[in-house]
Every structure is written in structure tokens, then in C-alpha cells.
Design a protein around this ligand. Structure first.
Ligand SMILES: C[S@@+](CC[C@H](N)C(=O)[O-])C[C@H]1O[C@@H](n2cnc3c(N)ncnc32)[C@H](O)[C@@H]1O
Length: 300
């Protein structure tokens, strides 16, 4: 005879919070503490909304659900797999995205800029937008959802990441306005295209920093994090070429995160405009097409 011990969702949730709190876990992939992490894992696994009411949380967990939850909690603790990969879902700029090991977990502060429609930086609604280093497509897709008349190109060098991006494009029914391109930065893009907005979260982690990152980051594709030359090789390649792909009024928004100090040291004379965020994050700057043209020599 199989004995099924009834456990309520609320009880399982509290137990998970306590287990996470007693472990040395890193919260850097969409949550900031053990409670939010447990809510993310438990409610997503059970297909429940994050604002589930108390009554729903009193419901019992079935044996099949319990088995799946236990396995995911174990993988979070023992293998340090981020919750987004375990549940296959992440949120960015208020939208939900498929998420798995083919691409980085969306977490860029650029989400806040998109929700604010890049005000006051953008003078008018962008018609053509490029999301360079798109990963699973979160930045470009969120832009397409915000600017409903725009056409968006998603570029990545990783075929796996682009397959995930294409799945996200399909989920959001944006196939007519959003296109994926497999390309080493600008190399395979048609030369005659000029974009009003180029948004980019490229790899910018230096080798010395990469080895020190918590185990959770090692679950993500190395290609999405690592860049040579103290993290600056890819960002500077983009700066060198961006002016050729922007319209005269165009704007570049780029995240360089922890490499912002090295970038400042390398490009001292360039007037990078560092942006401030209400909901946290830093290391994102803006440059106009005009400035990219004017300071082109500095990027060589
Ligand atoms: C930091 S991840 C950003 C993913 C996504 N945009 C986000 O914000 O979550 C950087 C992405 O750049 C891609 N990448 C790395 N080198 C590249 C290159 N030379 N050309 C195009 N994409 C590249 C990686 O495959 C990875 O998907």
C-alpha cells in the first residue's frame, strides 16, 4: 500500500525558503533572496500565478507534483542551477520568455529603459531596431512589444541562442516584425540597413572575473559572458562599427556592467552617458550616432 503524506503548498513553500536560507546560494538571476527564489520555483512549477491567494496556497500537492518539486529543489541546491532554467521561464520588462541553457537568463537593467520607452533619450519612436547579442531575444522582443510599429532584428553568433529567440518571437506572435540573424556582430547583416536604435547587452566579463563567479553563472553559456581584453574586446568592436549601422539621429544603448571602469579608463575622452536606474542596476551607457562618428578614432 502506498501512503501519500498530504502537504499543503504553503507548507512546502515555507520549507523551501528555510532550505534555501540554510544554503550558500547566489541570487542574481531574477530574484534577490531565498523567499522570492522559493516562490519562483514552487509557484511556477505548479503553474500558479505569483499573486496566488491564501486559499489556493492551502491546496494539497499531488504525489507527481511533489516529486517534480523535490527534484527541482535538489537541483537548485546541489547543482546550483538557477530557477529560471529549472522552470524554463523568465520575465523581462513585464513579459514572459522561454528560458533555458541555450542562452543567458534575462536580467539586464535595460528592461527599465524599454518600459520607459528610452525617454528622454529617444527623440521619436524608432522604426528600425537592432538587438545585437540577443541571446533568447528578450531585449529586442520587449522593444517590439513597446514600439508596435517598429521592425526589429535580433542578432547572435550562437545558433542555439537564436533558436530559443525564434521560439520566443513565435510565442509573442511577432514573426512579421521581428527577424533573427546568425552573425558575428554586424558581419552578416545587410550593409544598407540603418537602425534608429541599437540596443546591446554583449559579453563583457573579464577572464579574471569569470573564474570568481558563483557556480550559478557557470550553468550559463560561457560565450554569453566572456570577452577578451578585460571584458572589452566585444564592446569596443561594437563601438567601432556601430556608426555605420545607425541612422543620423540614431542611438546606441550598451550594457558593460562590471567592465564600466575598464571602459572609462580605455575611452577617457569619449562622453559616454551613464544611465541611472530606479529599480537597480548600472553599467549601461548611451551614445548618439553623431558621437560614435566623432570619436571613431578612439575605438581603434
Ligand atoms: C550577455 S548575453 C545577452 C543576452 C540577452 N541579450 C540578454 O540581455 O539577456 C550576450 C550574447 O552575445 C552573444 N555573442 C557573443 N559573441 C558574439 C558575437 N561575436 N556576435 C554576436 N553575438 C555574440 C552570446 O551568444 C550571447 O547570447
Amino acid at each position: 500500500m502506498v501512503i501519500w503524506l498530504v502537504i499543503q503548498i504553503a507548507t512546502y513553500l515555507e520549507n523551501t525558503v528555510r532550505r534555501f536560507e540554510s544554503e550558500d546560494l547566489c541570487y542574481a538571476h531574477g530574484t534577490e533572496n531565498a523567499r522570492d527564489e522559493a516562490v519562483y520555483l514552487v509557484l511556477c512549477t505548479l503553474g500558479m500565478p505569483f499573486d496566488a491567494d491564501t486559499l489556493s496556497l492551502q491546496k494539497p500537492i499531488s504525489p507527481e507534483q511533489l516529486e517534480l518539486l523535490d527534484e527541482r529543489v535538489r537541483c537548485r541546491i546541489e547543482k546550483r542551477i538557477p530557477v529560471a532554467y529549472l522552470v524554463g521561464k523568465a520575465w523581462f520588462a513585464g513579459h514572459s520568455f522561454r528560458c533555458d541553457e541555450r542562452a543567458l537568463i534575462p536580467r539586464s537593467p535595460i528592461a527599465e529603459l524599454i518600459r520607459n520607452r528610452f525617454e528622454p533619450l529617444l527623440k521619436k519612436n524608432p522604426t528600425r531596431i537592432l538587438d545585437l547579442c540577443t541571446g533568447g531575444g528578450c531585449i529586442g522582443i520587449a522593444c517590439a512589444l513597446e514600439f508596435t510599429q517598429s521592425y526589429v532584428d535580433l542578432v547572435d553568433i550562437s545558433a542555439d541562442a537564436l533558436t530559443l529567440a525564434a521560439e520566443n518571437v513565435r510565442d509573442h506572435r511577432l514573426g512579421e516584425r521581428v527577424t533573427t540573424w546568425e552573425s558575428d556582430l554586424f558581419a552578416s547583416l545587410p550593409g544598407q540597413v540603418s537602425y534608429d536604435l541599437l540596443v546591446c547587452n554583449p559579453p563583457y566579463v573579464a577572464a579574471s572575473e569569470l573564474v570568481q563567479l558563483p557556480a550559478e553563472f557557470k550553468q550559463e553559456p560561457r560565450m554569453g559572458l566572456f570577452s577578451e581584453e578585460q571584458g572589452l574586446a566585444i564592446p569596443v568592436r561594437i563601438l567601432r562599427q556601430a556608426a555605420d549601422f545607425l541612422s543620423p539621429d540614431g542611438l546606441l544603448i550598451m550594457e558593460v556592467g562590471s567592465s564600466s571602469e575598464s571602459l572609462l579608463a580605455r575611452l577617457g575622452a569619449v562622453p559616454l552617458l551613464w544611465l541611472e536606474f530606479e529599480y537597480g542596476g548600472d553599467g549601461v551607457f548611451a551614445l548618439t550616432a553623431e558621437q560614435l562618428q566623432q570619436y571613431r578614432e578612439s575605438f581603434s
